[in-house]
Design a protein around this ligand. Sequence first.
Ligand code: GLU
Length: 445
Amino acid sequence: MAPVVRFAPSPTGLLHIGNARTALLNALFARREGGTFVLRFDDTDLERSKPEYAAAIEADLAWLGIPPDIVVRQSDRFALYADAAERLKAMGRLYAAYETPDELEFRRKRQLARGLPPVYDRAALRLTPEEKAALEAEGRPPHWRFRLDHRTVEWPDLVRGASHVDCGSLSDPVLVRADGSYLYTLPSVVDDIALKITYVIRGEDHVTNTGVQIQIFEALAGAAPAFAHHNLLTTASGEGLSKRLGHLSLKGLREGGLEPQAAASLAVLVGSAEAVRPVATLDELARLVDFAHISRAPAKFDEAELEHLNARLVHDLAFDEVKDRLAGLSVGGGEAFWLAVRTNLTRVADAVQWWSVIEGPVTPVIADQGVVAKAAETLPAAPWDASTWKRWTDAVKAATGAKGRALFMPLRLALTGLDHGPELAGLLPLIGPDRARRRLAGETA
Ligand code: GLU
């Protein structure tokens, strides 16, 4: 059966590279197996969910090359959740509770003081209909708790292997708040059932939820999908990434001109058995997705590594892959220019800097008047090509006796105004005889 998977962000902030990991593991698994990738916006919190975040998330997925096959919004689906809640009530699995947060806190402290686990004591299950009516008459609307089976829930996790959650040690979770709004737990299960999700692939911060959600799946649908809980990414110093703090947002990376494959390669490969390396296409990356070889420990990653991967990808990009972007940056020079500069770039947009060195104006630095004057005299006649540099420098060497750095550095400084940069053999034909002659004469050109 072809898999159906979903990525289910709350549109309450920008996605970061850790969220990209979840999205990519879902989308690439679906792509490889001929399945369906659903984007589900978990936007039941109507106050914190914002259309601009939802739009940014769709733009991020498109940028990564994994646009969803289907998009759903939980805010359109409240009727389904209400129906599921009614079914659970009818089964006796969802019960009304009336405690205020203060009362719960007081009980929790008392339990802790007595050395008991701070688990909800199910006092609400013992209320008589008259007591409930009295509480409601007092103006206390109920919130609704799911009555857990006190047993250990087990599942074969695709990442973590045989996994279990002891539901006997958990409080019955609140699924519906007193104001009628839903917590994440129930809508997620209802949608996974309705959309026939076959694999739930998400971060390991959801493992405890899985114990509870498997019981809800079993109550509503008889069976649960398969689960894969991947490790989470942390910063190099071990802190968790937070959507709220805008850590390495995909939007920021996208707008900063990072190659999406750099972000994708890092997000998928870090913390797995595969070496982190630049992978040129999503299909290749999809072949490397292997849940069983994702590490159980949190994966540290480094922003510098992202730059490094990006540079390595850029160094191999063919002209055809960048020509539209170069045109957009008003960079000319065609393929010859791209091939001359690409290995000096970290980002494609850095090409602008080298194009301005070709076009000028460049203020030359004349470091060795003798060498530069001889170079001007021996400048070969047009047309120039890739062999011109060698012919020319051989001639300057023969005339001056300068060699190595003493020969090349004065020429570089005069032609580019800089002491570093791409191979001059490639740049020289693009600079051309007119500009070269003027720069060698010390003119800004
Ligand atoms: N909205 C939840 C989150 O972002 C989804 C978790 C899930 O995949 O079930 O954590």
